[in-house]
Write a protein that binds this ligand. Structure first.
Ligand SMILES: [Zn+2]
Length: 98
Protein backbone atom coordinates (compact mmCIF):
# COMPACT_ATOMS: atom_id res chain seq x y z
CA UNK A 1 0.00 0.00 0.00
CA UNK A 2 2.83 2.36 0.76
CA UNK A 3 4.36 1.66 -2.63
CA UNK A 4 1.08 2.58 -4.33
CA UNK A 5 1.04 5.90 -2.54
CA UNK A 6 4.57 6.63 -3.67
CA UNK A 7 3.62 5.88 -7.27
CA UNK A 8 0.69 8.27 -6.99
CA UNK A 9 2.98 10.92 -5.61
CA UNK A 10 5.46 10.53 -8.46
CA UNK A 11 2.65 10.68 -11.03
CA UNK A 12 1.47 13.90 -9.45
CA UNK A 13 4.93 15.39 -9.72
CA UNK A 14 5.21 14.58 -13.39
CA UNK A 15 1.76 15.91 -14.20
CA UNK A 16 2.56 19.10 -12.40
CA UNK A 17 5.76 19.80 -14.24
CA UNK A 18 4.31 18.97 -17.64
CA UNK A 19 1.98 21.94 -17.47
CA UNK A 20 4.47 24.76 -17.39
CA UNK A 21 5.33 25.40 -20.99
CA UNK A 22 6.78 28.69 -19.81
CA UNK A 23 10.01 26.97 -18.98
CA UNK A 24 10.88 26.04 -22.52
CA UNK A 25 11.46 27.91 -25.74
CA UNK A 26 11.47 26.34 -29.16
CA UNK A 27 13.04 27.44 -32.41
CA UNK A 28 13.31 26.18 -35.92
CA UNK A 29 16.71 26.21 -37.49
CA UNK A 30 17.28 25.39 -41.12
CA UNK A 31 20.49 23.60 -41.99
CA UNK A 32 22.46 25.40 -44.72
CA UNK A 33 23.94 22.22 -46.05
CA UNK A 34 20.99 19.82 -46.48
CA UNK A 35 18.13 22.34 -45.92
CA UNK A 36 16.55 20.24 -43.21
CA UNK A 37 14.50 22.15 -40.65
CA UNK A 38 15.45 21.15 -37.14
CA UNK A 39 13.28 21.95 -34.17
CA UNK A 40 15.22 22.95 -31.10
CA UNK A 41 13.82 23.06 -27.62
CA UNK A 42 15.69 24.76 -24.84
CA UNK A 43 15.07 25.07 -21.14
CA UNK A 44 15.12 28.64 -19.90
CA UNK A 45 16.67 27.59 -16.65
CA UNK A 46 19.31 25.38 -18.20
CA UNK A 47 20.30 26.76 -21.61
CA UNK A 48 19.71 30.46 -21.24
CA UNK A 49 22.12 32.68 -19.35
CA UNK A 50 21.50 36.07 -17.83
CA UNK A 51 23.45 38.89 -19.43
CA UNK A 52 25.26 41.14 -16.98
CA UNK A 53 27.54 43.08 -19.28
CA UNK A 54 26.27 46.45 -20.49
CA UNK A 55 28.17 46.02 -23.73
CA UNK A 56 25.91 43.15 -24.76
CA UNK A 57 22.32 43.57 -25.94
CA UNK A 58 19.34 42.20 -24.05
CA UNK A 59 18.73 40.48 -20.73
CA UNK A 60 19.21 36.86 -21.66
CA UNK A 61 21.45 34.98 -23.99
CA UNK A 62 21.31 31.58 -25.59
CA UNK A 63 24.36 29.91 -27.06
CA UNK A 64 23.90 26.55 -28.62
CA UNK A 65 25.63 24.15 -30.94
CA UNK A 66 23.34 21.96 -32.96
CA UNK A 67 24.48 19.02 -35.03
CA UNK A 68 22.17 18.38 -37.94
CA UNK A 69 21.01 14.75 -37.69
CA UNK A 70 20.94 14.35 -41.48
CA UNK A 71 24.30 15.70 -42.60
CA UNK A 72 26.20 16.29 -39.34
CA UNK A 73 26.58 19.94 -40.16
CA UNK A 74 27.48 21.91 -37.04
CA UNK A 75 25.18 24.87 -36.57
CA UNK A 76 26.10 27.54 -34.09
CA UNK A 77 23.23 29.56 -32.73
CA UNK A 78 23.43 32.66 -30.58
CA UNK A 79 20.36 34.63 -29.59
CA UNK A 80 19.84 37.63 -27.33
CA UNK A 81 16.46 38.10 -25.66
CA UNK A 82 14.76 40.87 -23.74
CA UNK A 83 13.06 40.37 -20.36
CA UNK A 84 10.04 38.74 -22.00
CA UNK A 85 12.16 36.33 -24.01
CA UNK A 86 11.51 38.16 -27.24
CA UNK A 87 14.40 37.91 -29.66
CA UNK A 88 16.41 41.13 -29.95
CA UNK A 89 19.18 39.89 -32.17
CA UNK A 90 20.38 36.56 -33.38
CA UNK A 91 23.30 35.01 -35.17
CA UNK A 92 23.34 31.64 -36.81
CA UNK A 93 26.37 30.07 -38.46
CA UNK A 94 25.86 27.29 -41.02
CA UNK A 95 22.11 27.63 -40.70
CA UNK A 96 19.13 29.98 -40.63
CA UNK A 97 16.93 30.77 -37.67
CA UNK A 98 13.32 30.67 -38.90
ZN1 LIG B 1 21.88 19.19 -42.47
Amino acid sequence: MIILKIIELIKGLFNGSRDDKDKTLSFEVKCNKCKKINEIKVLKTYDIATVYEDSQPGNYKLKKYIVCPDCYNKIHLEIFFDKRYQIITSECNNGDLL
